[in-house]
Design a protein around this ligand. Structure first.
Ligand SMILES: [Fe+2]
Length: 184
């Protein structure tokens, strides 16, 4: 179901956030950790919001990231973007849509990036198409919000810390409110 309000989105995290992200943290912990790491790095609120919401699609198909173990790529980044488009500003939606591509891009762009990925991320990378080719990377750089997606990706890679303390979901509500499109 497509969320119509911020409350619908928050409820999805409340109802399905307990699902395992797959690396000893839940989906909700992962989202809160990514947002918290972005905040700690001094990122502007728009990046913090995008970091929080980037895996929304995981909570929609309710399989968790470890579905890669089953050889399945559910394209959760597209599911999430489709659900959130129109409710949140495009740069936030696109950062989520492109966060998997950003991993493939960084594998192309930065020597050493691949080596610091978690086992699950390396495994899913294979299913997601592996590192970008030169042509794919040039095309990715033409995406309107690709830089934002790359920034979010770095916090995505960090948000896998068992037992990490973060602010709770509701504390991010005012921040998220600021990026609603108000079209609804
Ligand atoms: Fe993620």
């Amino acid at each position: 179901m497509h969320p119509k309000t911020l409350e619908d989105v928050l409820n999805t995290y409340r109802e399905h956030g307990h699902l395992l992200y797959g690396e000893s943290v839940t989906e909700l912990q992962h989202a809160l950790q990514c947002a918290t790491f972005a905040q700690q790095a001094g990122e502007p609120p728009v990046v913090v919001a995008a970091a929080l919401l980037h895996d929304y699609g995981h909570l929609c198909h309710q399989l968790g990231e470890d579905i890669a173990d089953q050889g399945v790529d559910a394209r959760h980044e597209h599911i999430g973007a489709n659900r959130l488009r129109g409710l949140f500003q495009d740069e936030i939606v696109d950062a989520g849509r492109l966060h998997v591509a950003a991993k493939r891009y960084l594998c192309w762009k930065e020597p050493g990036y691949f080596d610091q990925l978690s086992d699950a991320s390396r495994q899913s990378l294979h299913l997601q198409g592996g590192p970008m080719t030169n042509a794919e990377a040039r095309e990715f750089e033409r995406e309107p919000h690709f830089e934002m997606a790359v920034r979010v990706r770095r916090y995505d890679d960090m948000g896998k810390v068992p037992e990490m303390k973060t602010p709770d979901l509701d504390s991010f509500r005012p921040l998220l409110e600021g990026f609603l499109t108000r079209r609804r």
